[in-house]
Design a protein around this ligand. Structure first.
Ligand SMILES: CC(C)(COP(=O)(O)OP(=O)(O)OC[C@H]1O[C@@H](n2cnc3c(N)ncnc32)[C@H](O)[C@@H]1OP(=O)(O)O)[C@@H](O)C(=O)NCCC(=O)NCCS
Length: 181
């Protein structure tokens, strides 16, 4: 069956997650190198049942919106982008993204996915602000966020322990009025 596309740009679509996707998530989410970019997830061992529980929890949780990222070129999923802890009263949320398929990184899919997610956040959910955090050594993520006009607003020092060393977590945010499509 074709995937249900909610938003589409040139290279990618944000599609509705399906239970079958768990098999793919389960393989990718245990990749320790990519986990190191995700801060607190580093070193976790995640079973297929954990992924099923996660799928069920996000399906029922109105404060989370998760889309799988689907590339128009390969017709495959490369993983997901989500809005977490959506706060409808204060109109804000935190953005998470991970392209776990390493062959599909550095192809602008991340940039397009984040822009589409921001469009969804600001124009569909009517949020006012989206924030995010990244580990200081994740220079690629930093480049993408700066390119999209996220502004750095803080730094939690020695927050994340990865590969035998502590690293800072950097906080960024973007307001609806600063979002350039
Ligand atoms: C971070 C991530 C979302 C970026 O998406 P992507 O599709 O790979 O990135 P894009 O191709 O859209 O853009 C990458 C940009 O970073 C640049 N870049 C790549 N590696 C870099 C590095 N080591 N240092 C600085 N810039 C770098 C690229 O040149 C490109 O900039 P440009 O468009 O000006 O040429 C994706 O790589 C990913 O999910 N990585 C693993 C998990 C992760 O880090 N998630 C974020 C957690 S906060």
């Amino acid at each position: 069956m074709d995937r249900v596309k909610v938003l589409t740009w040139e290279k990618i679509s944000l599609v509705v997650p399906e239970k079958e996707d768990i098999k793919l998530w389960y393989v990718w989410v245990n990749d320790i190198e990519t986990q190191s970019y995700l801060g607190s997830m580093y070193g976790e061992i995640i079973t297929i049942e954990d992924e099923e529980d996660y799928y069920d929890s996000i399906r029922k949780d109105t404060s989370t919106k998760l889309f799988c990222i689907y590339t128009e070129e390969s017709k495959k999923l490369i993983w997901n982008v989500s809005l977490m802890w959506i706060d409808y009263k204060n109109r804000k949320a935190e953005l998470w993204i991970a392209i776990f398929d390493k062959e599909q990184q550095n192809k602008w899919y991340g940039t397009e996915s984040i822009k589409l997610m921001l469009k969804y956040a600001f124009e569909v959910l009517w949020l006012n602000k989206v924030n995010l955090r990244f580990v200081e050594f994740n220079k690629r993520a930093q480049k993408v966020y700066e390119k999209i006009w996220f502004k750095q607003v803080g730094r939690l020092t020695k927050e994340i322990f990865v590969w035998w060393k502590y690293y800072d977590d950097i906080l960024m945010e973007i307001f609806a009025e600063d979002f350039i499509k």
